[in-house]
Ligand binder design. Sequence first.
Ligand SMILES: [Zn+2]
Length: 453
Amino acid sequence: MLARLAAILPLLALATAQQKVPPCPKPPAGYEQALWAKAWQLHHACTVVDTHTDTTSRILDENFDLGPLSSTGHMDLPRMQAGGLDAAFYSIYVSARFYGDESALFAPAAKPGGDWPRPLAAGTSNGSARRALAMIDGLVCMADRYPDRMQLCRSVEELRATVAAGKHAALMGIEGGHAIEGDLALLRLFAKLGVRYMTLTHTNHNEFADSCAEALPRWGGLNTLGVKVVQEMNRLGVMVDISHISDATFFHALRVTRAPAICSHSSMRALCGHKRNITDLMLVALKENGGVVMINYNCGFIDEDYMKASAASEATKKIKEKAAREKLAEGSQELKDALAKLDERFSVPTRPTLKVLMKHVLHALSIAGPDHVGLGSDFDGVSCVPEGLDDVTYLPRITYELLANGQSEETVRKVLGENLLRVFAAVELEAYQLRGEPPFRNDLKTDSLPAAR
Ligand SMILES: [Zn+2]
């Protein structure tokens, strides 16, 4: 009897999952009814994966609860279900401030090769690894709280089984390579805890790689330790994430990695000249590597006008805010009024629309073809997302826009999740093939030396 029940249970779970397609709502204004109904069905039939959400920061810093429907932020479990988001990589984000004195990190280098942001010696402890552990714990606690609705996953197989059982698959990716504090042992332990990608840097250069920060390059790509970090990630089955790094580090990492790489949340520099975006040349190199770029929804990365206007208004607002804080007492009504006035005066520029984001997706498809493009929202990590993609419930509109543009159902399926899953599986296979190889070790005498090019 028990054996029979065990055989039936997965089928029941599958049936439940299939029943969970929410009824198709009325089409948004300007959308064609029949195509909208088709897009809705297709979207909910696909495995939809997002490679970058910062909801973990909300969980940890704002005590945010993924369970109930919330009116703030971009996602929670009910909204993910409504938007058909099956799996998400939760960012184990370590801000540059945990690495050391923040003001030094953002000061320009005094001279070429100047020590900015001075990388600590490899293996020097700082607050970064502890912060990453706190982030992981935040997500672990959330998964423990909702065992019937979500599941922490570490592999393609676990992800697909979780989705088939009608649950949300939560995965982890470290954002900011300084989280490992230059220590390959910490990288291995994070992998054991379930981390499945790592951006080699965040906004700061670190012990082993240069970021795309304005500051002068420190290593000119990866140093000796950086090469070992990439190779150890290959051995461990952790995806090498080449978002956030400098162009030189990007090409260097692609030369070193034995497995396909990902850009977990980057858009197209041909359409918006932000250094966080990748050029067509970089995209072609990523395609040759077999990797995938996951398009970022951040207004400041997809719309150059928005990027320039918001940067200028932010800079002026910061100066005015500093002056107000120096003049008025902290916590006083006068200061509150003055800050509220600043918020009004420096209202954010007009948001780009979903169509602007779609141009990035379509441009990437036109350069790299259907097998190398996906979605990495940056939800809950950015203050502005496009109009028409206001939170995770709007995701089916991306499917509609792709179909309306003449993309095939097969391409839609790949962009929504299958491309990422193919790369994830290839990274797992490479790790399998490398099993038995000795782990890479820190050598503090050579770790900070320039890598052979
Ligand atoms: Zn980021």
